[in-house]
Ligand binder design. Structure first.
Ligand SMILES: *Cc1c(COP(=O)(O)O)cnc(C)c1O
Length: 456
């Protein structure tokens, strides 16, 4: 075992060292090399060292270098050194975080990081927290708590009776609602299409002047950090209205809530702490390994009522916080290990520095591309930049060529009818040098594409 782990560690280190020089996207040949992993079902055992060698030799080259400093697709963070190393140790521990008795370490680390994260994000310290896989499940869990609370107040137990015959719940979302929130509504029986949709302004923010009246059967879903523009729904006004009218406010704050760690950006989040539930990704801007998200709910009893299992005699429970009462899953890996290591290693100031550096780098991208004559479509308020290189066809062509060229990786989107390239700066590993090198590559690629377009 020891030899295998030491050799694996050196393979992993070699991978991470090599990542600075290789193409961010794998080549077609590298992807073709994955065939070496296929074959008929193995009938007999083979040496673990050989298994690992094959996995590294064929698997590593075909990975996308998302953990390096020049990946700007979607919203993808890397893995902080302490978080990755903690993840290895946690792998060796192989703890089941379901129950305290199964893993006092996992249960205790959850209790330690819970107030740390709430404090970092400026959320109420009394909130209940569940450690889930991602924002999709955090949205699911927060909305399950909302559904439970609203129906509980109406004298209906959704946990026991389901939704058939229950009082109707209204759901209000912004026009720019993330698809994962709609998926959560779908899984909860609230429906993706029966939502009331509030129109958005040019940055994608919900328009306060267009809000419907709320009531005490309404869940209002707002966003902190739009995936395209990085903009924030006006939480102050919406939470104040919801408070008056008895509605529940759920915040999809996948990456944007982390802006709370910086006094430069926290004003964007004003009022967000007055909501009732929050969904946050940790594998994005906190830069812990996949997968990791958290749900926070102001009044923990709603989360617990919505998600706790019935009792089974063999699942011994203590009177302390039992992790599985706050998550959809029972058996679960110990995600709090990496959260603890990440926050312990960065500290509040290190996290703030990372967020501010990424936002400054996004500004740098925007100004380099503007000076080169290209159109930046959004107000760059956070870490997201949208760029147009001309016609939709030209922009799509620049994105495709950039991805092949390999210096960096950016994806595409359509923002309010404009085809655009998205640049999301979310990694601790991105240096200012990476930004200059990537901006050079984007500008060079765009000029090459435009030079051969007949219309130019
Ligand atoms: C990324 C993102 C999600 C989905 O997060 P997953 O971790 O992929 O489930 C939801 N909402 C917003 C605003 C996001 O940026």
């Amino acid at each position: 075992m020891k030899d295998l782990l030491m050799e694996t560690a050196s393979r992993a280190a070699r991978y991470l060292t090599g990542i600075t020089d290789r193409s961010v996207a794998p080549s077609a040949d590298d992807i073709g090399g994955l065939n070496a992993l296929a074959g008929p079902l193995p009938e007999d055992p083979s040496d673990p060292k050989g298994v690992l060698a094959l996995l590294d030799d064929a698997g590593s080259p075909a990975t996308v270098a998302t953990t390096g400093g020049r990946y700007f697709g979607f919203v993808i963070g890397g893995s902080l050194p302490a978080a990755l190393a903690a993840n290895w140790l946690a792998g060796a521990w192989d703890q089941n975080a379901c129950l305290r008795v199964m893993s006092p370490t996992a249960a205790t680390l959850e209790e330690i990081v819970q107030p740390w994260i709430l404090e970092l994000l400026g959320l109420p310290v009394e909130s209940g927290v569940g450690f889930v896989t991602c924002t999709t499940m955090a949205n699911f869990s927060g909305l399950a708590a909302a559904r439970s609370a609203i129906l509980h107040d109406a004298g209906w137990s959704v946990e026991e009776e389901g939704l058939f015959g229950a009082p109707a719940i209204r759901v209000v979302v912004g026009q720019e609602v993330h698809v994962s929130l709609l998926k959560a509504l779908n899984m909860l029986g609230l429906g993706r299409s029966r939502v009331e949709t509030v129109p958005a302004d040019a940055q994608g923010r919900m328009r306060v002047d267009a809000l419907p009246a709320f009531d005490d059967r309404t869940i209002v879903c707002i966003q902190a950090g739009n995936v395209n523009t990085g903009s924030f729904d006006p939480a102050e006004e919406i939470c104040a209205r919801a408070r008056q009218e008895g509605a529940w406010v759920h915040v999809d704050g996948a990456f944007g809530l982390w802006a709370a760690v910086s006094p430069l950006y926290s004003p964007l989040l004003a009022g967000v702490q007055n909501a009732d539930s929050w969904a946050i990704d940790c594998h994005k801007w906190l830069n812990v390994p996949y997968d990791s998200g958290i749900v926070a709910v102001r009044h923990p009893e709603h989360l617990r009522r919505a998600l706790s299992s019935g009792s089974a005699a063999y699942l011994t429970q203590s009177t302390d916080r039992e992790p599985w009462h706050y998550t959809p899953e029972a058996s679960r890996r110990a995600r709090a290990v990496e959260l603890w290591a990440a926050i312990r290693s960065l500290g509040r100031s290190g996290l703030r520095a990372m967020v501010e550096r990424n936002c400054r780098q996004a500004q740098r991208f925007a100004s380099r591309l503007r000076s080169a004559g290209f159109g930046v479509l959004n107000e760059v308020v956070l870490n997201q930049v949208l760029v147009s290189f001309g016609t939709p066809e030209e922009t799509r062509c620049v994105i495709a060529e950039l991805q092949c060229e390999g210096t960096c990786w950016c994806g595409g989107t359509v923002w309010q009818n404009h085809t655009a390239m998205r640049i999301s700066v979310s990694s601790w590993a991105t240096t200012d040098g990476d930004v200059e090198r990537s901006a050079d590559a984007i500008i060079r690629t765009a000029r090459t594409v435009l030079a051969r377009t007949p219309s130019k």
